[in-house]
Design a protein around this ligand. Sequence first.
Ligand SMILES: C[S@@+](CC[C@H](N)C(=O)[O-])C[C@H]1O[C@@H](n2cnc3c(N)ncnc32)[C@H](O)[C@@H]1O
Length: 225
Amino acid sequence: MANPAKLLYRQFSSYLESKGFHLIKSLPYLKRNRLMQLNRMDYVRMSCLELAGYEVYTKNIPGQVAELGVYKGDFAAEINTVFKDRTLYLFDTFEGFDDRDKGTEVSKSFSTAMQDFSDTSAEKVYARMPYKEKCIVRKGFFPETATGVSGPFAFVSIDTDLYEPIYQGLKFFYPQLSKGGYIFVHDFNNEEYKGAREAVIRFCNENNIGYTPIADIGGTAIITK
Ligand SMILES: C[S@@+](CC[C@H](N)C(=O)[O-])C[C@H]1O[C@@H](n2cnc3c(N)ncnc32)[C@H](O)[C@@H]1O
């Protein structure tokens, strides 16, 4: 006879699966304490950030860290937690998408670029960062706001949704990425923002580099050097 606990587990996990959720174990073979609260946001995205951080620290990869596309700072706060002794650059208009990026987006049918990300502010984001003294906010249109910023970078998150700023972000950050560093590009496998995939593939083809798609909610692609 089947073990009743196993039967219950199977029924429960099948039910969750039918709703698009999956029960998974939390990296049991790591044999070290997890750094982050994993019951928030996106388990796979958060875990990959934590693992990338572990690699950067254990291999002494030099460099600052950055997020391009911060919005309310949810993921930025996690980056700041993992890389607590590294300078963290935070790039965003803090007023939502810029009209200069929307043109390409709509003309190439990548997305409607209608999502509103204006209900935030640079001050509020800065105030919620756990290690504020390490944070530098660059408010305004990227790549204009990158003037005067120089690497090297050990970790970069690009999460601007739209084709143009993703492509510009890769052009700016990749040459300044340390050997062994990481760039996470969110939405690579998100059908609602098709430009993300286009920007990554164009940049990688032009520079003869590879990427790894991961199974987080947004469908991130990870680029390394
Ligand atoms: C999806 S949200 C970022 C979400 C955030 N990374 C998180 O995980 O919580 C996208 C952000 O990209 C910003 N953005 C898009 N294009 C930009 C550009 N050219 N310059 C600066 N910020 C931009 C928008 O203002 C918006 O806040």
